[in-house]
Design a protein. Sequence first.
Length: 254
Amino acid sequence: MEDLEKKIARLQEMVDECRHIVFMGGAGVSTESGVPDFRSEDGLYHQKFKYPPETMLSHSFYRSHRAEFYKFYDEKILVEGVEPNAAHLKLAEMEQAGKLSAVITQNIDGLHQKAGSKKVLELHGSVARNYCEKCHAFYDLDFMMEAKKNQDYEPRCTKECDGKICGGEIKPDVVLYEEGLDSDILNEAVRETSMADMLIIGGTSLVVYPAAGLVNYFRGKYLVVLNKSATPQDNHADLVISDSIGKVLSRIRV
């Protein structure tokens, strides 16, 4: 406990010193809100399904098994009733105070925005954005939750186009396996990382690329890792804290 107190005190000193902090986070940030992850002992990759999760969340599976894709997506990805936790709220507070320049996230749950963060670079997209592939009409999370409630595993566009209901297929704006990341978002993440004087990595094992490669662009003063398990960057970090992200960040004053 004493060691943790010392590390939090050191983190506070670093935060006080820096003016261009960037936070890069993964699933571990949102698990404290009840959002399931993929790689932990209880994560989706360790559960039994008809097909592997990587297959069911792939572009080709979405095209060839759309109903099965949506059934899995609805049951395992669209989580109801989740709210921002202490980590999300503290990061939003840090941004508002002018300390944090950007949040770079691999999560698709939209909890950073719900907490009040403005500059959020969503590398893997968001469940809050959904589009008709025919007419490009936008559908929000409420629409998808209603489809889930009705067990509609092939949601279609209800907009009127040229006097007829469009009926186009609706696709979540999330990056599926076999799909590339948005180049504009990735380039902005590189820019923010390269300009940061402090990079805080939280809740990610740093094994998923290209997200994990962003740390290579960091040239600032302090690299901090907040993660319960070891990461490839631990030996290069100025500070490593293996504890709850929410518990640690909630102690930081801005």
